[in-house]
Write a protein that binds this ligand. Structure first.
Ligand code: OGA
Ligand code: NI
Length: 349
């Protein structure tokens, strides 16, 4: 049973709410159509075993990663090297955080997207017309020592457990970036060297049970604006990925992460790799927690198509820009499905 604290920040705080408030209801043309969503298995969204990434099978694994980035924009990974206890600990901490009394949670509240640590609800309540059925805590997490002092201190082990997780996920992200660089035929360090000082952000998404999930979203369709996302989710389905015009449910597989290509990777790869639309839907019965890590350039980093991928047949699709410029455009225009990338395209001759 949902406790009194398992409520959205801004929703009517009436116990046993059995209808979605009007502010969450999408226009009819923009609803999730849940009956038309297709199921997936490990072959629909490739499940890649990273076990031999530093052994003799490296080339094979890199080929699989490259194919997944090109064809799907999404893949799942197992044997990723992050210990189960570390993953369990952060999932538990996230659950505990969202079950804290409201007064405790709200100490972290802000609706200003430029704040590096903040609890908020929906997506961007200052700009959006319809709300989303989600609360989220966003944290910057690299370099750790610059941000950790801003993080919540309740639950008491929050900083320790989350810090440990962030360090591990960063190591994994760097390995993936090397593999993705190689899969593009670039030198192993190419991507990593072009991210300035690097950045790492994290969200803890909390989707409470929803009485009318067919009327609203946890998160509507969007692409991730960062470089790559490494998503940890609990055992409740909710993530869906758009493929060939159809939404596909990515059902959770224990001990795996979902990796997806973000807008910056699409730019660096000069459109070879795709930043794919995805969304989160909610359900009547169970709360859901997901924890994406958004690996990204630092704000001053200059992003553009890799020189090595530009030639006569493949002219540069995008102009160069700083990540800061991109980031501001993104937050100001809201979570729309049209690609923010279009604003950075070079008009074709
Ligand atoms: C996101 C996202 C999906 C999920 O936070 O960008 O796509 O399953 N989340 O929560
Ligand atoms: Ni996303």
């Amino acid at each position: 049973m949902a406790t009194a604290a398992t409520k959205l920040l801004l929703i009517d705080r009436v116990p046993g709410i059995n209808r979605v408030p009007n502010s969450y209801i999408r226009p009819e043309a923009d609803r999730p159509n849940l009956t038309e969503v297709e199921a997936s298995d490990a072959s629909t969204i490739p499940l890649i075993d990273l076990q031999g990434l530093f052994g003799p099978n490296r080339d094979d694994i890199i080929r699989l990663i490259g194919e997944a980035c090109q064809q799907d924009g999404f893949f799942q990974i197992k044997n990723h090297g992050i210990p189960e206890e570390v993953v369990q600990a952060i999932m538990n901490i996230a659950g505990e955080f969202f079950r804290l009394p409201e007064s405790e949670r709200l100490k972290n509240y802000s609706d200003d997207p430029s704040k590096s640590t903040r609890l908020s609800t929906s997506f961007n309540i200052k700009t959006e017309k319809v709300s989303n059925w989600r609360d989220f805590l966003r944290l910057h997490c690299y370099p750790l020592e610059e941000y950790m002092h801003e993080w919540p201190t309740n639950p008491p082990s929050f900083r320790k457990e989350v810090g440990e997780y962030c360090t591990r996920v960063r190591e994994l992200a760097l390995k993936l970036l090397e593999a993705i660089s190689e899969s593009l035929g670039l030198e192993r360090e190419y991507i990593s060297k072009n991210l300035g000082k690097h950045g790492q952000h994290m969200a803890m998404n909390y989707y409470p049970p929803c009485p009318q999930p067919e009327l609203t979203y946890g998160l509507p369709g969007h692409t991730d604006r960062n470089l790559i996302t490494i998503l940890l989710q609990d055992d409740v389905p909710g993530l869906q990925v758009l493929r060939d015009g159809k939404w596909i449910a990515v059902n959770p597989i224990p001990n795996t992460f979902i990796v997806n290509i973000g807008d910056q990777m699409q730019v660096i790869s000069n459109d070879k790799y795709k930043s794919i639309l995805h969304r989160a839907v909610v359900n009547c019965d169970r709360e859901r927690i997901s924890i994406p890590t958004f690996y990204c350039p630092s704000p001053e980093a200059l992003i553009g198509p890799a020189q090595g991928l530009i030639d006569h047949e493949h002219p540069a699709v995008y102009r160069s820009f700083t990540y800061e410029e991109y980031y501001h455009k993104f937050w100001n225009r809201g979570l729309r499905t049209e690609c923010c990338l279009d604003m950075f395209k070079i008009p074709s001759a």
